[in-house]
Ligand binder design. Structure first.
Ligand SMILES: [Zn+2]
Length: 382
């Protein structure tokens, strides 16, 4: 039975048309309510039951669409509803209107990753749902691009047990089974200014920062030596100094100096361990200069992720869909969703086009993506 949804490209167009920008900047940040309502309408048409969840203290919503929810196991497909912001000076196409040219579909969210829902809907329209014996869950999360609060909030109350979760981030249809995490820091050193002619006039924050950087370099070396993961091309946790700012006038003792840096842990090294190591590394200097060194986390942190080694479902996907598992250098919601079921990342389009001006989906992904989603439904739901 062919169901009554619009065509693939019309659905795709309707999803891109609704702006759903997430941003740390309040003035740019948008609600995803209209987008979630549209998705809910589509999935209701296909006889899914819909749950909409408001993320506390935000104007953002998660949507869970469920088919055969009274049964066990099944497949869980997940995507985020939000996009990053765009720079109108660098975009040559309208971000909210699908432009079709050069065998590409241009638009904000085409690969990262509102387009994924168009694929799911199209495949569901083409199969006989009454034949399915197990559940299909579709999760649409909020705020993936900022603090992942949608996925974090969802797992708190989720009471379902699918066999496998697939997050449709743009992996160029490669099966991603692990990725690194991310944690970033800012350190302020507050010295005391004075005329440069006499060092006793003040406390030079750059000199204290020099000692801090020296210590952090030791930690960087330690992380490289101690931790190793064979599946990653950069097989150890990395540390990057991102910015260093301090001082203003040549004849003044520098009073304020700021450093930002990030660490990208491999699976096997937790965020708690990193926090402990950073604290331990700087403990002596912080004690020596009380109330002058202020360490804080920037933005939000994402733990590293790895598909559980003992779980065999990945083998079934590998064999049936002819995919070879790889690792990735970007983060996803997998470290949170894994609390519900083993999670893999697999989706159309390339990560190279995510967060870029004139984001596009290469149309060569359309056919194979539909084929893979169909196969996944067959594996887990029939
Ligand atoms: Zn994404």
């Amino acid at each position: 039975m062919k169901k009554k949804l619009p065509s693939f490209i019309e659905i795709f167009r309707s999803l891109i048309k609704i702006p759903t920008i997430s941003s740390e900047k309040k003035i740019v940040d948008q609600s995803n309510k209209n987008f979630v309502d549209l998705l809910s309408n589509y999935f209701s048409e296909l006889k899914f039951s819909i749950e909409i969840q408001e993320i506390p203290n935000t104007k953002k919503f998660n949507m869970l669409a469920t088919f055969n929810g009274n049964r066990k196991g099944g497949l869980f497909l997940s995507g985020h509803t939000d996009t990053v912001d765009f720079d109108e000076h660098t975009w040559t196409n309208n971000p909210f209107k699908i432009t079709e040219k050069n065998n590409k579909l241009y638009g904000l969210g085409t690969v990262d990753m509102k387009g994924f829902f168009a694929f799911i809907l199209d495949v569901l329209c083409s199969i006989n749902m009454t034949m399915l014996k197990k559940p299909i869950y579709i999760l649409a999360t909020a705020n993936e691009e900022t603090d992942m609060s949608g996925a974090k909030y969802f797992v708190k109350s989720a009471n379902i047990k699918p066999d496998c979760i697939i997050i449709g981030e743009p992996t160029s249809l490669k099966l991603v089974k692990a990725h690194k995490g991310h944690i970033s820091y800012s350190i302020d050193v507050i010295g005391r200014t004075g005329h440069s002619s006499n060092p006793h006039n003040g406390i030079n924050s750059i000199e204290i920062m020099y000692l801090i950087i020296k210590k952090l370099m030791e930690l960087k070396k330690y992380l490289k030596k101690k931790y190793f993961h064979k599946d990653f091309s950069i097989s150890y946790p990395t540390m990057n100094f991102a910015s260093l700012n301090g001082g203003n006038t040549i004849n003044r003792i520098c009073s304020l100096c700021n450093l930002t840096f990030e660490i990208r842990p491999i699976p096997g090294l937790t965020l708690t361990q990193i926090k402990f190591l950073v604290q331990e590394t700087l403990e002596k200097i912080i004690k020596k200069w009380p109330n002058r060194i202020f360490l804080k986390n920037l933005f939000f942190s994402v733990p590293p992720y790895e598909y559980p080694k003992e779980n065999k479902i990945i083998k079934i996907i590998e064999n049936t869909c002819k995919l070879v598992p790889i690792t990735a250098n970007y983060c996803s919601e997998a470290p949170f969703l894994k609390k519900i079921a083993p999670t893999l990342i697999l989706g159309p389009g390339s990560i190279e086009q995510a967060h870029q001006a004139d984001e596009y989906l290469d149309c060569s992904f359309i056919k194979p993506t539909k084929k893979i989603i169909k196969k996944l439904i067959k594996i887990f739901c029939q």
